[in-house]
Design a protein around this ligand. Structure first.
Ligand SMILES: [Fe+2]
Length: 192
């Protein structure tokens, strides 16, 4: 795999992480999106810019990406660049939880920007796009029909407690071809 790296020397307790996720969903009640018409993109932010609740609202939830929306093959830039280096404060619902432990552990090894739970509903896919940075994935709930495509590679990331680095600076997509929600905890990797 050219664009996928599996990290196996850090192990996440998926059962424990899943229970934080379900408890949080109970408290937050809804997924955030910058555009209420969006079906395919849903996020819950784990960290924010200190004392700045707007940093996890609107376009900051998704951030800058490039895509080819039309048949003229012209690349378009969407949304604005988010200064991910400033996302250093854990959001309230996650303080004292297992998510805080994971955040601390991965932050020792990588420089992480935004850290978000990302949900893809059943039978949905993203735009064909590229992002400014790579991503660190911790799959939590998935199914065999969940696949990421990066350029000419396609792969499934199992919820096996491993971490996965994906090169989102290359053109990619993610689709959930199953019939259950797909939940990953995803961090922006601020170094190559
Ligand atoms: Fe992406």
């Amino acid at each position: 795999m050219k664009h996928l790296t599996k990290i196996t020397d850090i192990k996440v307790d998926i059962k424990k992480l899943k229970s934080v996720y379900f408890n949080t969903i109970d408290k937050i009640l809804e997924w955030s999106k910058d555009d209420p018409n969006l079906y395919d993109f849903n996020a819950i932010c784990v960290n924010q810019i200190p004392n700045d609740p707007l940093s996890i609202r609107g376009g900051n939830i998704r951030g800058l990406y490039w895509t080819y929306p039309k048949e003229n093959w012209e690349e378009e830039k969407r949304l604005n660049k988010v200064d991910e280096t400033q996302y250093t404060e854990l959001c309230k619902p996650f303080k004292g939880t297992y998510v805080e432990e994971i955040y601390a552990e991965i932050s020792q090894r990588w420089k992480i920007g935004r850290f978000r739970f990302l949900m893809k509903p059943p039978r949905s896919c993203l735009s064909w796009h590229r992002d400014p940075e790579k991503r660190l994935h911790i799959p939590i709930i998935t199914n065999p029909g969940c696949r990421m495509v990066i350029e000419d590679e396609s792969f499934h990331m199992p919820a096996d407690g491993s971490l996965y680095i994906t090169d989102n600076t290359k053109y990619h997509n993610f689709f959930n071809g199953g019939e259950t929600d797909r939940i990953h905890l995803v961090g922006t990797l601020l170094e190559k």
